[in-house]
Design a protein around this ligand. Structure first.
Ligand code: PRP
Length: 206
């Protein structure tokens, strides 16, 4: 049995469609239920829906053989997994954003609110700048509006959230997309199955 951790939500549905087209279908998953685990015994696969930021934890610890995680999560937490393939979906970018009227004098300590403290720290590390990182868990865009921070480091997809909150990108940090990842022991012991899955998934990447 191959265990596959899918990120719950819109990205997960796109990614499942890729697995399905690659021959790893599990029709029950399309029934809109609150169930979290779906199995196709005949194909020897089991899917489960996981909070996107938790996928790499399931894979690292072997509860899942493979999974799909954003490059943002891989860079932030450095899970000990193999990154097998860029699926070229869930594309967005990590960026610095600030209120439209923000002017950075470059001297004061810069207050940066973010969910991605490690990525943000790496980005500012080379700049010889005093930075105060404020770790938040969501709705990061609020921080500069309320004066909690000067800027944010966050994910920008369509840019709508920034626009609707009078913020703008001041610097791009990294492009992000979803990656197929594998547990290291699984890759060794279920190598034939995982190599085959990798080859078939490669054909689905657009
Ligand atoms: C992400 C990100 C931005 C938004 C960007 O938030 O943190 O807030 O999406 O998308 P856009 O550019 O298309 O508007 P998410 O939905 O994950 O929620 P949270 O960070 O507030 O938890």
């Amino acid at each position: 049995m191959l265990n596959i951790a899918l990120p719950k939500g819109r990205l997960g549905e796109k990614v499942y469609a890729m697995f399905e087209a690659a021959g790893y279908e599990c029709p029950a998953i399309r029934e809109n239920s609150r169930k979290l685990i779906f199995e196709n015994a005949e194909k020897g696969i089991r899917y489960f829906w996981v909070k996107p930021s938790d996928v790499s934890i399931y894979v690292e610890r072997g509860a899942a053989d493979v999974g799909v995680a954003g490059k943002d999560i891989l860079l932030e937490y450095h899970p000990d997994v193999y990154e097998l393939l860029d699926l070229n979906v869930g594309r967005c970018k990590m960026a610095v954003a600030a209120p439209r009227d923000f002017h950075d004098d470059g001297e004061r300590t810069l207050r940066v609110a973010t969910k991605f403290a490690s990525i943000a720290a790496d980005y500012y590390a080379g700049m010889g700048r005093d930075v105060d990182f404020i770790k938040l868990n969501g709705s990061i865009e609020l921080a500069p509006i309320l004066g909690l921070s000067d800027v944010i480091v966050d994910i920008v997809e369509t840019g709508t959230t920034l626009r609707e909150n009078n913020l703008e990108v001041v610097a791009d940090i990294l492009p992000i997309s979803a990656r197929l990842i594998a547990n290291k022991a699984s890759f060794k012991f279920k190598n034939r199955q995982l190599e085959e899955m990798l080859a078939r998934m490669k054909e689905q990447v657009k």
